[in-house]
Ligand binder design. Structure first.
Ligand code: IPE
Ligand code: IPE
Ligand code: MG
Length: 259
């Protein structure tokens, strides 16, 4: 049988690369991947889940510390019921099937999103997955599930409003920092880089607050085919980005001209 891709020697040599501490990945393109192969969309989702395991290994070995992956958005409920229920099943299967490998790799699992609105059995998968992996040291895999950036901001706003109502804080105490610290996972650093496979040039409600200064990297490859080489390419491109955060680079400032 022909192999899906040629064998690659993975070196994880970071010379010339810049590896983000916190990375976001929008795992998009499963449906198109399946359609190209005349397969049902569920086969694309399955291939996508397999590929997530690969991404975890590659990111862990490159030294990423927080990998946030977009797995199911608050808008994805509008898909046909059959597809939604297959995605829910796959979600449970993923952690049953791959947790031993994640454990071997030292990968801790956490969830971000409106987890409290999920059916009880899914909430249990999240709780148990977080609990059994909490001491794993190498990297955190943060699965954005039933996640929406706008819903996360509503969550933070309600928590802050509640603190005001109880008299714990004054409205003037609400700052950028206090909003950040009332998001779902305040200890996770904002992603320096967000990768979106499958060619779409949008965030689709992913990490709206946290992505204010994230670098974006889009590739036409569909998620199930997005592998080590492209991840390496993304890190290489990211190394060349000039992150100014609204300021100037040393070479652009008038002060630099005087020297
Ligand atoms: C991403 O792949 C998976 C989810 C959104 C759950 P898609 O299912 O969106 O794949 P395309 O975009 O239709 O190819
Ligand atoms: C974004 O993909 C959500 C996930 C990958 C989970 P979508 O396929 O839902 O995004 P749109 O509809 O193309 O914006
Ligand atoms: Mg899509």
């Amino acid at each position: 049988m022909a192999s899906r891709s040629k064998k690659t020697i993975k070196t994880y040599d970071t010379a010339g690369l810049k590896v983000p501490v916190s990375l976001g990945v929008i795992m998009d393109g499963n449906g198109r991947w399946a359609k190209k192969r005349l397969l049902p969309r569920s086969a694309g989702h399955r291939a996508g889940a397999e590929n997530l395991k690969e991404l975890c290994r590659n990111c862990g070995n490159y030294g990423v510390k927080y990998l946030t992956v977009y797995a199911f958005s608050t808008e994805n409920w509008s898909r046909p019921e059959n597809e939604v229920s297959q995605l829910m099943k796959l979600f449970v299967e993923f952690f049953e099937k791959y947790d031993p490998e994640l454990e071997q790799e030292g990968i801790r699992v956490r969830f971000t999103g409106d987890i409290a609105s999920l059916p009880e059995d899914l909430q249990r998968v999240c709780r148990e997955g977080e609990e059994r992996s909490k001491h794993r040291p190498k990297m955190q895999l943060i699965v954005a599930f039933n996640y929406g950036g706008r819903r996360e901001l509503v969550y933070a706003a309600r928590r802050l409003a509640e603190q005001v109502r109880k008299g714990e804080i004054d409205p003037s105490d609400i700052t950028e920092e206090s909003i950040s610290s009332n998001l779902y996972l305040p200890d996770v650093p904002d992603p320096e880089l967000i990768i979106r496979p499958s060619g779409e040039m949008r965030l689709s409600n992913f990490l709206l607050w946290e992505s204010a200064y994230s670098e974006l990297w889009v590739s036409d490859t569909l998620w199930p085919d997005f592998g080590y080489e492209e991840l390496t390419q993304a890190f290489r491109d990211y190394a060349g980005r000039d992150r100014r955060f609204g300021g100037l680079s040393a070479k652009d400032s008038d002060e630099g001209d005087k020297k």
